[in-house]
Write a protein that binds this ligand. Structure first.
Ligand SMILES: Nc1ncnc2c1ncn2[C@@H]1O[C@H](COP(=O)(O)OP(=O)(O)OP(=O)(O)O)[C@@H](O)[C@H]1O
Ligand SMILES: [Mg+2]
Length: 869
């Protein structure tokens, strides 16, 4: 356990001076458990970590000393260029990720030089005085100096869902802190109620949370997409390993020179493995994140873009997303529906502003939430404002999303005390002693009109009663009336909903508001509602009943934060990829529970923190753009994968077979590597390729089985074709080794590079889909370069001779025939794939680990020593 700061700190209500804070920061380092600085060394090391490259370099070195200098040098150059290519692309992407990270700031309220200032959480040092408020993530381990009904959710540390009540430390505070010590607030936990002030005792890696986060390692958890990539690479490694071994053994049996056989088999293995896959993915993501940033979507981690593309169900809140979110008080009504000032009067002091903001007249908009701010600003509140100004607020029980009420004990100048309550009408009526007949009908009519309705009620207290206020006192109230706020549907949301539907995304509404209001909003926006459920209906259900209900329901209304989370879980449990969009404290746990958590720049800390994606604007249209971008990236990555598993793979496979049959090696190791390099370079244009509109219409999913079936079908098609080429070369052109090498080099490069035009689209024939200019240029350049090579001065050292015109003509014809063959096979393949083939979904990561990682992203610094001690 961390040693506590001396209790003298309690006396230092002025906090640290800026100089002292800077001095301490220099000593203890930033308050971070991660670094997001792009570092070139690890990127380079990752490039070199491929055992294949190391083996190949080793073998080349050996052959250098055995006298094969030219070969060895050529291989060396090709390897350096390959690694350089991967490195520059990956590093550029890492820089893009760094830039992205710096755009999302996390701050805490800290007292420095005697005044409260906002400080980047990374700059906190032991001894800093930190203010805590509902919705905040505790920015460091704290010893609490004062609290006001401070409640923390420590689930991130303890795994328990119960909220923990905190209290201020007395002077003789224990020197050793235990996790269950109520006078401590721990970094990474969430303030769910009340407020407090604490002094920082530990930062960064020395906090409880820091230890937990560091134990997980600094790498981010895999997303579904990355897991898919990893399994795919694993598949290829196995295939490459088996093939290489066979080739090597066969060549040994044929008494070929050891080094030649080794170099040849290694070159084949290099040819098969998709070395550029990581680079392709990184470029796609970096380009995608820049595009998204322009569309006002910030992605916390690059890889989340692809998961965004997976979205099948979007669960969203109402206020500000489907509605304008700019509230205006329209009416203040008595219980009978007649206009009355009284409800406004009662409601005004029931704000979440701390009780210390006294008298009531001094409440400022900064202390208020949207609804309360609208109330205070309303012209209808002019007279009531002067009525409440002389009142004293004795005690406050702030609004919370579970009970959906706010209460306050007010004292009149003559000493009379009253309990004033405002909140969701259902909740306030439940606490009223008598409800006049007709009131519920009045209420339903107001709800159906779609506005936000809040009820006000009161109870007279005995003299001197009410210094302390708790929930049990919210009873036997007299209903005073209702406040009706307008919150009109957003015009842009209608268009966005249509777009989301056309993307195959099912939109559902989860709100704390009344079901009739939710229905009205959906009706106005044209969102088809299958069924409506309220939080109360869900609470009695067990998991499987809940899952069934959630599956068929569009609107979930009057839900608590806990309900929101359960709904998201239940929806995911039926196997769908669920995105959740919300901005309040009450949304944070649901954001965490979703596959893709989405929040808004203006959201509360916790919501923003829990999110993978932050919208600079709360707008569904922007989100639809993000989904499209995610799918585009995914589609392009899959193109590369399918490419790598068809011709490229087939060519290497035929070379392997041919090596066992031919009297000479079918291609020399440097030639294989060079062809591979040219091919790879042309593939670097894939991330910028266009994607057919129909491919963007469905959620994207990794389907390893599809890839495997593709490989099994197209590998042999390509190989069969190669064998045909061999036959032509040997028996028609009577090629010797050099001519054979040159002929097959050109033919294999042309087939494997050009086939992208067939594979990149599911349309048939392929020319009905237009590729990007960049791709066309890159592929043609690679192929023409390959064809020209034997005619250049580079030809002879590489072991090529110029091709006769007749052979070139035959190769052109064969390549054309090959493309037609693949086209036909492709059509059959996708027809088969469409019928049947249930999706095999990968297992998901344990949610808790994911939460720790997401929260750790908050405590990230661009400095290398970020791990702090
Ligand atoms: N400041 C407040 N004081 C009193 N009652 C409030 C206040 N804010 C909201 N309410 C009541 O509580 C209900 C639930 O509000 P809450 O903010 O929890 O819903 P929400 O789930 O965030 O809704 P949305 O989906 O619109 O964002 C509201 O419908 C309203 O009746
Ligand atoms: Mg909300």
């Amino acid at each position: 356990m961390a040693p506590t700061q001396s209790t003298q700190a309690i006396g230092r209500a002025r906090g640290l001076t800026s100089e002292e804070a800077a001095r301490r920061l220099a000593v203890v380092g930033p308050n971070a458990v991660r670094t997001h600085r792009a570092q070139w060394l690890p990127v380079l090391v990752a490039q070199l970590r491929s055992p294949l490259l190391v083996l190949l370099a080793g073998a080349a070195a050996v052959s250098f000393f055995l006298g094969e200098q030219t070969d060895a040098v050529i291989i060396g150059v090709i390897l350096v260029v390959s690694v350089g290519l991967g490195f520059t692309n990956e590093y550029r992407a890492a820089r893009a990720a760094e830039a992205l990270h710096s755009r999302i700031r996390h701050e805490a309220m800290v007292v420095r030089d005697g005044v409260p200032v906002r400080v980047d959480v990374v700059g906190l040092v032991p001894g800093d005085l930190v203010q805590l408020q509902r919705g905040q993530v505790v920015p460091a381990d704290l010893l609490l100096l004062s609290t006001a009904t401070l409640l923390c959710d420590e689930g991130i540390l303890t795994g328990e869902t119960a909220h923990v009540e905190k209290q201020a430390a007395s002077d003789g505070a224990a020197q050793v802190a235990e996790l269950d010590d109520p006078t401590r607030a721990w970094m990474g936990t969430v303030v769910v109620g009340g407020s407090g002030l604490g002094v920082v005792t530990a930062t960064g890696g020395r906090t409880e949370f820091g230890r937990l986060a560091l134990a997980l390692g600094s790498r981010h958890g895999e997303t579904e997409f990355q897991a898919g990539l990893r399994r795919f690479s694993g598949l290829l490694v196995i295939v490459a390993g088996a093939l290489t071994t066979c080739v090597f053994v066969a060549n040994m049996v044929l008494h070929r020179p050891l080094i030649d056989a080794l170099l040849f088999s290694l070159a084949i293995a290099v040819g098969i493995t998709p070395q550029l896959l990581p680079a392709i993915v990184s470029i796609s993501l970096a380009v995608g994140s820049r595009t998204l940033a322009r569309q006002r979507v910030l992605v916390k981690r690059l890889v989340c873009i692809e998961d965004l593309g997976d979205t099948e169900i979007l669960m969203t809140d109402k206020t500000g997303t489907l509605t304008e979110g700019r509230m205006e008080l329209m009416r203040s009504l008595g219980p009978d529906g007649a206009p009355s000032d009284e409800p406004v009067t009662i409601a005004l002091p029931c704000t979440s502003a701390p009780a210390s903001v006294l008298p009531v007249g001094e409440v400022t908009p900064a202390d208020l939430d949207v609804l309360d701010a609208a109330l205070w600003a309303s012209p209808l509140a002019r007279r009531p404002r002067s009525l409440v100004a002389p009142l004293r607020r004795v005690a406050v029980l702030p609004f919370d999303h579970d009970r959906q009420r706010a209460s306050v004990v007010v004292e009149h100048p003559d000493g009379r005390r009253e309990l004033w309550v405002k909140g969701a009408p259902e909740q306030v009526l439940a606490a009223c002693g008598f409800v006049p007949p007709g009131t519920r009908d009045l209420l339903d009519a107001e709800f159906s009109a779609g506005g936000r309705v809040v009820a006000a009620a009161r109870r007279v207290l005995g003299a001197g009663v009410g210094d302390e206020l708790d929930v049990r006192q919210e009873r036997d109230l007299d209903l005073v009336g209702f406040l009706v706020f307008s919150d009109p549907p957003k015009a842009s949301a209608r268009v966005a909903l249509v777009r989301l539907r056309s993307l195959g995304i099912d939109v559902k509404l989860i709100t704390g508001d009344n079901p009739l209001v939710a229905q009205r909003v959906c009706a106005e926006l044209g969102l088809e509602v299958r069924a409506v459920a309220t939080g109360a209906e869900l609470r009695g259900l067990d998991d499987s009943a809940l899952r069934d209900l959630v599956a068929g329901t569009t609107i979930f209304a009057r839900v608590t934060p806990e309900d929101k989370q359960r709904i998201v879980r239940a929806q995911r449990a039926s196997g769908f990829d669920v995105a959740f969009l919300g901005d309040g404290v009450n949304d944070a746990s649901a954001i965490h529970a979703a596959d893709i958590g989405i929040s808004v720049d203006t959201a509360t800390d916790v919501a923003k923190d829990a999110a993978d994606i932050v919208l600079l604007e709360k707008d569904l249209g922007v989100l639809a753009d993000g989904v499209v971008e995610g799918r585009r990236i995914f589609a392009n990555t899959i193109k590369y994968v399918l490419m790598g598993t068809s011709s490229n793979f087939g060519n290497m496979f035929s070379a392997a077979i041919a090596s066992a049959i031919l009297p000479f090696l079918p291609m020399l190791p440097p030639q294989i590597l060079l062809g591979n390099l040219l091919y790879d370079t042309s593939q670097l244009a894939i991330p910028g390729d266009t994607v057919d509109a129909e491919q963007l219409r469905r959620p994207s999913h990794w389907d390893l089985r599809l890839v495997r079936r593709w490989m099994v079908l197209f590998g042999p098609v390509s190989s069969a074709f190669d064998l045909g080429t061999f036959a032509v070369l040997l028996w028609v052109f009577h090629a010797d080794a050099a001519l054979f090498h040159a002929g097959w080099f050109v033919e294999s490069l042309a087939t494997q590079a050009l086939v992208i035009f067939v594979i990149r689209t599911r349309r048939s024939p392929f020319y009905r889909s237009r590729p990007s200019v960049g791709l066309v240029v890159a592929v043609l350049a690679a192929v023409l370069g390959g064809v020209a090579l034997p005619f250049t001065p580079l030809g002879p050292p590489l072991g090529f001779v110029p091709l006769p015109g007749s052979l070139l003509a035959v190769i052109v014809a064969m390549v054309a025939a090959y493309l037609v063959l693949v086209e036909v096979a492709k059509r059959r393949f996708f027809r088969l794939a469409r019928s049947g083939l249930p999706d095999s979904r990968p297992r998901r990561r344990p949610p808790h680990e994911r939460r720790v990682r997401r929260r750790a992203a908050r405590f990230s610094s661009p400095h290398l020593d970020a791990r702090g001690g």
